[in-house]
Structure formats: C-alpha cells, structure tokens
Design a protein around this ligand. Structure first.
Ligand code: THG
Length: 366
C-alpha cells in the first residue's frame, strides 16, 4: 500500500512525540489531526486493552468552547437531547442535527458552567456550523477552539493508574461526570468516559505544553501495571457498538436511524433547529436502522460501505467490520432496512473478496 503524505494540513498533537516513541504502526486522520490506529497489532492492542491499561492520544477529539449569556440556548439549538436538567460537572452524548434532522456530529458535551460549555467533537467541521448559527441568530456567545487536548486512559487498571497521578479523588467520579484535578500546578478536567467499553477516564489536558509531561507521568507511574500507548481499537469498539461518525452514520441519517433515539427527547428540546423534522421522523419511526451484524468467514478491512443483500434486493450496508477473537465471529455494524432488520435475519454482505453470510444480531457483543 502507498503511504499517506503528511503536511501542515494534517496537524500533530501535543502527544505525537510520545505516540511515535511508543512505536505507532498506523494512523488515520480525524478532524485534520493524527489519530493512531495500531501499535503492536490490532489484535494484540485489543487483548492488552481488555486486561491492562492504555494511554490514548485522542487530541483529535477537538474541543469547541462556547461561552457567554446565550451558551445554554445555543447548545439546545444544536441537539435534540433535552439539556435542561444537565448539571455542571456532567458529560452528555449529544447527537447534533441540521434543519433536516440529518446528523452533523455525535460529540460529548461538557457543561462547565451555565454559561460555559465544551463540545468534544467527532470527525466533522462542527465549528463552522456553530459559528454560522451564532452569526445568523445574533447570539451573545464566543465560540473558539481552546488549548485543551483529550488524553484517554482506558482499561481495567485505569483507576489504579489515574489515582497515582491525580489522587484517590478520581476513583469517586461516576460515569460521564467530570471534575477538576491538579497536574503539576495546572488544573485539568478529568472525566470518567472514553471510546471503549473497558472503563476509564479522559483527561482534558489543559495547555499543549503540559502534553508530554502528562504523557511521561502516566507511562512512568504505570510501568508495573503494564501500561502501554494505545488508541481506539477497531475490534473492541465494534463489539461494544460504539459508532463512528462518517463511517456508521453521516448527514444522510437521522439520530433514530443511527440508533441514537434514546439520546433524543425531541418533544421537549425546544429550540433545536432540527426539531420539526425530527418530530416527523420520530412519529413515523425510521425505515432503516443501525444493527449489529455477524459475518461468517474471513474478510478484508472495511474501508467502504459493503452492500447487504437479500437475494437481488439491496436492503442495507455494512460500514464497520472486524474479526472478533473473544466472540469467535466477524463482528460488524450495518444499516438495515426495516423489512430485514429483525434479529436472526440471514443476509449476504458483498465484500471485495466476495459474498459472505451476514446475520442480524439482537445486541452487540458486550
Ligand atoms: N470522548 C470524547 N469526545 C469524543 C469521543 C469520546 N468525541 C468524538 C467521539 N468520541 C464521539 N462519539 C462517541 C461515541 C460514543 C460515546 C462517546 C462518544 C460513548 N457512548 C457510550 C455508549 O454508547 O455506551 C455511553 C453513552 C451514554 O450512555 O451517555 O461513550 O469518546 N471526549
């Protein structure tokens, strides 16, 4: 395979030196920034993630800071999730939709204060949409990218490692809650969250200059815990049903199609720009939806949508797939039309290496 040429348009992160020194073997580009995809091998990384602790450079989860008197109003314009009960110190997974109800992003929102929020974005230029809304509605807020860089600490030994750096207080954090903790004199947000089902934290590293000191501190403190550099793991995230924006859903899909209806409360999300469109689709129900799919036999890496067929009829597509060692199956995420989305339905997925049997599952593999 050819290599991907780097340039200034593909940004390094404050942790890139550490990622390179740890022997990164593959990258993708996410929000125009480097994101590692493999260190030892995807399978070795997967096994290690499930039994030890990893430090992930996820600085590509760029932050959008929204500050000012209209901050809460703006946030509710962006998402069909009802944010009225959200408290400072809480994280929320929030589908972001346009005026047609199409998904623009699926970030984690952090409420720092009534008038100050961060949006920790997936891979799309959400900043431009937010700035357009602010200008068009003449909102009284400032929008920018703060000097804040997420570093995830994931795996069963994450609590132990994090307590050594930030103190036992981190152990008391509940899922999707955050608080401020000191690192070498700088206060940083630490949340119990992250893009794996193995448990762990995300440190919102305050100041790029603190990036490598934080990286080294975690690596040194975790030596006896077998800490290793890692990254979001393809196999583990598919097993767990964690969606990837741009792969598993795009602007063509509503949150309901993406299976994110449980994060929408469209009726009470007053002010959401996609509210009318979503009220319509929520009443009718989606005609296609994300499903876990088991694929029999081997298959190549999934770098494009693979058609899902019922005989001659195209009834959906597979958008993420990987062989699962622990569940001894091909694990995949697909979008399936309602006529064929019931668990147990046997379909054919057309991979570049040929057709394979694909069976709709009733749940993901966790
Ligand atoms: N953490 C932070 N920012 C992010 C991601 C992250 N931005 C980009 C991307 N990931 C956004 N997508 C997701 C997808 C899933 C989850 C978080 C961000 C997630 N989902 C849990 C689940 O589905 O089990 C829990 C959701 C809930 O119950 O609220 O964690 O990972 N900072």
């Amino acid at each position: 395979m050819a290599t991907l040429s780097l340039s200034r348009r593909v940004r390094r992160t404050p942790f890139s030196d550490g990622v390179e020194a740890a022997g990164v073997k593959g990258y993708t580009v996410y929000n125009r920034m480097l994101l590692a995809t493999v260190f030892r091998s995807v399978v070795e990384d997967y096994r290690h993630l499930k039994q030890a602790v990893q430090v992930w450079d996820v600085a590509c989860e760029r932050q959008i800071e929204i500050g000012g008197p209209n901050a809460a109003r703006l946030m509710q314009m962006l998402t069909p999730r009802d944010l009225r009960d959200m408290q400072p110190g809480q994280c929320c997974y929030v589908p972001i939709v346009d005026e047609t109800g199409g998904m623009l992003n699926d970030p984690v929102a952090l409420k720092l204060a009534e008038d100050r929020w961060w949006i920790s974005i997936a891979d799309s230029d959400l900043l431009l949409w937010v700035k357009g809304i602010v200008f068009g509605f003449r909102l009284d807020v400032l929008v920018d990218e703060p000097d804040v860089h997420p570093l995830a600490v994931q795996g069963p030994k994450a609590d132990k490692l994090m307590a050594r750096i930030f103190g036992d207080g981190v152990r008391d954090l509940r899922f999707f809650r955050f608080d401020w903790f000191d690192f070498q004199g700088t206060s940083m947000v630490v949340a119990r969250s992250g893009y794996s089902k193995q448990g762990g934290f995300e440190i919102y590293c305050n100041g790029a200059a603190n990036g490598m000191p934080l990286w080294h501190a975690l690596m040194e403190a975790g030596a006896d815990l077998d800490v290793h550099a890692g990254c979001p793991n393809l196999i583990e995230r598919i097993e767990g049903g964690l969606l990837s924006y741009g792969n598993d859903m795009t602007r063509e899909n509503t949150p309901h199609e993406a299976g994110l209806g449980r994060f929408c409360s469209t009726r009470t999300a007053i002010g959401c720009v996609g509210r009318d469109a979503l009220l319509r689709v929520a009443r009718e129900g989606p005609v296609q939806q994300i499903r876990p799919i088991a694929i029999a036999g081997d298959f190549p890496p999934c770098d494009r949508a693979w058609p899902l067929m019922a005989g001659e009829l195209r009834v959906g597509q597979v958008t993420s797939a990987a062989a699962s060692p622990d569940f001894d199956t091909g694990a995949a995420i697909g979008m399936v039309r309602m006529t064929h989305w019931n668990a147990g339905t046997a379909l054919t997925v057309v991979t570049p290496d040929g057709p394979r049997t694909a069976t709709v599952q009733d749940r993901f593999w966790t």
